[in-house]
Design a protein around this ligand. Sequence first.
Ligand code: SAH
Length: 393
Amino acid sequence: MKTIRLHPGKERSLLRRHPWVFASSIAKGSADSGETVRVESHDGQFLAWAAFSPASQIRLRVWSFEPTQRIDASFFTERLRTAIARRQALGLDLSACRLVHGESDGLPGCILDRYADIVVLQAGSAAIERWKPVLVGALHTLMPEVRLYERSDAALREREGLPPATGWLHGAGDTQVEIVENGLRLQVDVASGHKTGFYLDQRDARSRFAEVVRAHKLQRVLNCFSYTGGFTLAALAGGAQQVISVDSSAPALALAAQHVARNGFDAARATFLDADVNAALRRLRDEGAQFDAIVLDPPKFASNPQQVERAARAYKDINRLAFHLLPPGGWLFTFSCSGGVSADLFQKIVAGAALDAGADAQIVARTGAGLDHPLSLHFPEGEYLKGLLLRKN
Ligand code: SAH
């Protein structure tokens, strides 16, 4: 077993059980991509078992802080079994559910999302790449009924020095399946959909949105960055009479339109706009349009700390425009999924946007990803998604 020694003082984050060690903290030692190493402090004290990633700035990802832990096939089976069992114990519907949420489930870089009978793996670290065959076997043992598809094509693979990898790992056939979320039927294509196919992390927010629309009898809804229409369906289910969905992806909008029909809603209640949200918001403002509720669920504007400032301006811009389109009493459900933008910063950005629009608003609720996206107490980076449900005064 190879040993990696840290610079003096660099043991601190591991002692706080944070699962990452950056390249600059390492004094001595090297290993192969994904190889398990013993991590020790400058004076030789055991700190953790971790996986080595030679190409990544996140040079080590911790498997365990337990000196006696063996990192072998049964370790992975156990982590997987625990992750699934916890979701079952929480009463989650496992047929549309994130089964493993990376670091927060003790499997750094590993995402497993289940859609009907397909589980999608996103291997985002050299560590998971190396143990992939073991994970595939473990999943097959725990869930023999599922097919397994790989979507390891996210940009973060490059930072790990890994090429993209997609395709069947177990089973074959149609990559399109139907899931049911909050009683609504949605098609997910695990081969061509975004991320692993769908945004499971917004399930609770979509349910909350349907409740608000229903409770306040909201009629005119603008759903920006609609993707395949998750919030559109929520609004229709809540009773909205006119829902405009805006996205720059024509295939996503086509699927959203299918979803409206598939769920039995009158097509006349839904309009789809293939457009850039910024341009659409400006045009609607210039036309004097007003909505009872607006959803802003943009893609990640900041992928790294250097992009946070620019992202802040972009968030502020769309939120300011949205405030202009709301009458007093109107609702804004606004999100950020940028890990580098904290909940506190996001709130400040939205507050600035309201000021610029000459608007005031109350925070009715704060939302985050659902229970299938647990958050490790020692890994604040895991809290990437934050939402503010606001009511304009
Ligand atoms: N709200 C969705 C998820 C949104 S994901 C849900 O509940 O499932 C972000 C979406 O924004 C993607 O569908 C992407 O196509 C779209 N998008 C990205 N940039 C855009 C832009 N400038 N204008 C319009 N849509 C954009």
